[in-house]
Design a protein around this ligand. Structure first.
Ligand SMILES: *[C@@H]1O[C@H](CO)[C@@H](O)[C@H](O)[C@H]1NC(C)=O
Ligand SMILES: *[C@@H]1O[C@H](CO)[C@@H](O)[C@H](O)[C@H]1NC(C)=O
Length: 538
């Protein structure tokens, strides 16, 4: 469900997110030097791309006055410090992206020499990190979280205990009580059995750093010193820099996976939330995967939240897909979640408003199934996998407003249940999961801009009723086909399962990204083109 770890957590994370908006808007203006209409036109071209190095390596920027102006429109927010990452913006605008990418990407692949190596171009090297960076954290699982029993959730290679009381909703195999913050453990265990590992880093297409960044920082998010939050991350960087594999590309062929949202690793100067891991210069050279990525940082890529389903055989997936296709869906729409605070922070407040509107509209409609979650920290119906999946499997649409941050685990539970997600902000999916979700969001989801809920002019039910049965069927079929690639298969399963899961998709994405970096090619679209207006406005 929403965030098991309570809303204070991410609210703090959210607090500085809005401060990034103006900077980013400026960034896009500079990069494109085109009127918005032009951006709209190119936004769905898959080849739209920007050379990342320019963004990374740039020097101070002339854009600050403009940025300040945008900030000043929000009187309740003091402008953030002007130094820091924002100064990255300044490099000269790249040539028109779409065209350039085309000339550089041959339309048909060049002839490849016949090879018998089925792993050619797919080798991964895994850094053999000292235990303090990963397995020791699991050994000390009691200290990871005060209110969730992480020892219980970390069993079975990170997917948690098997669900035995399935209440007739879930199949008797393949379902586990998975905590939403265990991705890095699941990923590591999947990679250990990756079929093209190499012990020779120079042969590797990409280098994986199996550091459990989220478990590490998760221990110190509430009430510890910044030194403690950053200690292991800094230790890691020192270790990496002295490893032979680092030098070849300055870490630009490296990637790591954080099982928490990116804001937990982006403590900007003057802020009090999270570690600085993702801000360390070495880490900005790497590809960073997390369950919520930063729309402003092009080396950040979103990974699906782990759901409760971890198939170990293709037949388990096929059988679930059949069940989802056949499910009777008496509810037109559904919502599972709780209210959000109406604090003094302007943005938290406005999210609370949207949540309230959604809960109220759902409660008042005879066609909406509502699963209300209680006060934070309180385990209740919402956290019982069977309850959630039962509701989502009996609804056509599932409402997915922002949580404490842009994204929610619930969106993936919904998709897994074949329930068409309704998003209210593009940050909740469209700019996040660019490797795992179709580029055309209309194929699998409905978008209802949250403004209409804030000002009370939009009834969600009216919007959804206007969508034809044929359109619904097409979206649901798309979701059913996406199921394998948004779930994490059981890491203990032996390979050769004929299942391409979220890890396989991510590894391919990393390999392709690193290949482009090594060859100095422009990187592919980050999906922001159409949406940037939704980000700078808040
Ligand atoms: C990032 O990569 C570049 C290019 O390989 C390298 O020159 C630079 O030293 C790297 N940065 C760090 C902090 O290692
Ligand atoms: C409410 O928001 C919608 C969507 O942004 C907008 O089109 C409409 O004009 C707004 N109505 C009022 C009364 O502000």
């Amino acid at each position: 469900m929403v965030n098991l770890h309570g809303s204070t957590v991410l609210r703090a994370g959210r607090y500085f997110v809005p401060l990034l908006f103006p900077a980013c808007f400026t960034l896009w203006m500079l990069i494109f030097f085109q009127p918005p209409t032009a951006i709209l036109r190119v936004s769905f071209q898959p080849t739209l791309s920007l050379p990342e190095q320019r963004v990374v390596d740039a020097t101070p920027t002339p854009a600050l006055p403009e940025r300040r102006e945008i900030i000043d429109t929000s009187p309740s927010q003091p402008p953030p410090p002007l130094e820091g990452r924002e100064t990255v913006i300044a490099s000269p605008p790249p040539p028109p992206p779409a065209r350039r990418a085309k000339t550089e990407t041959p339309s048909s692949p060049p002839p490849v020499a016949v090879t018998t190596d089925r792993c050619a171009g797919r080798y991964i090297y895994i850094h053999d990190l000292p235990r303090r960076f990963n397995v020791d954290l699991i050994r000390d699982c009691r200290s990871l979280c005060d209110w969730t029993d992480m020892c219980k959730h970390l069993v079975n290679d990170g997917i948690g205990p098997r669900i035995t009381r399935t209440g007739g909703v879930l199949p008797s195999t393949g379902w586990y009580d998975t905590d939403q913050f265990t991705l890095e453990v699941i990923f590591h265990n999947r990679m250990r059995r990756y079929d093209c590992l190499t012990t020779d880093a120079s042969r590797a297409a990409a280098v994986y750093v199996p550091y459990y960044a989220g478990l590490d920082v998760g221990r110190y998010l509430w009430g510890f010193s910044n030194e403690l939050r950053d200690a292991l991350a800094e230790d890691l960087i020192e270790w990496l820099r002295s490893s032979p594999a680092w030098a070849a590309h300055g870490g630009r062929d490296h990637f790591l996976v954080g099982g928490r949202i990116t804001w937990d690793f982006r403590r900007e100067d003057g802020r009090e939330w999270g570690s600085r891991l993702f801000l360390l210069p070495e880490v900005t050279n790497m590809t960073t995967l997390a369950i919520e990525s930063s729309p402003w940082h092009r080396n950040d890529v979103g990974m699906p939240y782990p759901t409760y389903f971890h198939p170990s055989r293709a037949a388990e997936v096929a059988s679930w897909q059949r069940a989802v296709r056949r499910a009777r869906r008496p509810w037109l729409f559904a919502f599972a979640g709780g209210t959000r605070g109406h604090g003094t922070d302007r943005n938290v407040d406005s999210n609370g408003v949207v949540r309230d509107a959604i809960i109220e509209q759902c409660a008042q409609s005879r066609r909406c199934g509502l699963l209300r979650c209680g006060a934070r920290g309180q385990r209740n119906d919402c956290y019982a996998p069977g309850n959630v999946m039962r509701l989502f499997k009996s609804a056509t649409f599932c409402l997915q407003p922002q949580g404490d941050s842009y994204t929610r685990k619930s969106a993936f539970d919904a998709m897994l249940a074949g329930c068409v997600p309704v998003f209210f902000h593009p940050g909740s999916a469209y700019v996040q999961y660019r490797w795992h979700l179709p580029a055309d969001h209309r194929k699998y989801s409905v978008f209802v801009p949250e403004d209409g809920l804030r000002n009370g002019t939009v009834r969600v039910e009216d919007v959804l009723r206007r969508i034809s049965a044929r359109e619904v069927a097409a979206m649901r079929e798309q979701l059913v086909r996406m199921i394998p690639s948004i779930v994490y298969r059981d890491p203990r399963a032996t390979s050769g399962l004929g299942l391409r899961d979220a890890v396989d998709v991510a590894v391919d994405g990393v390999i392709e990204r690193v290949r482009r970096i090594k060859q100095g090619m422009p990187l592919s679209d980050d999906g922001m083109g159409l949406w940037y207006g939704y980000f700078h406005r808040q």
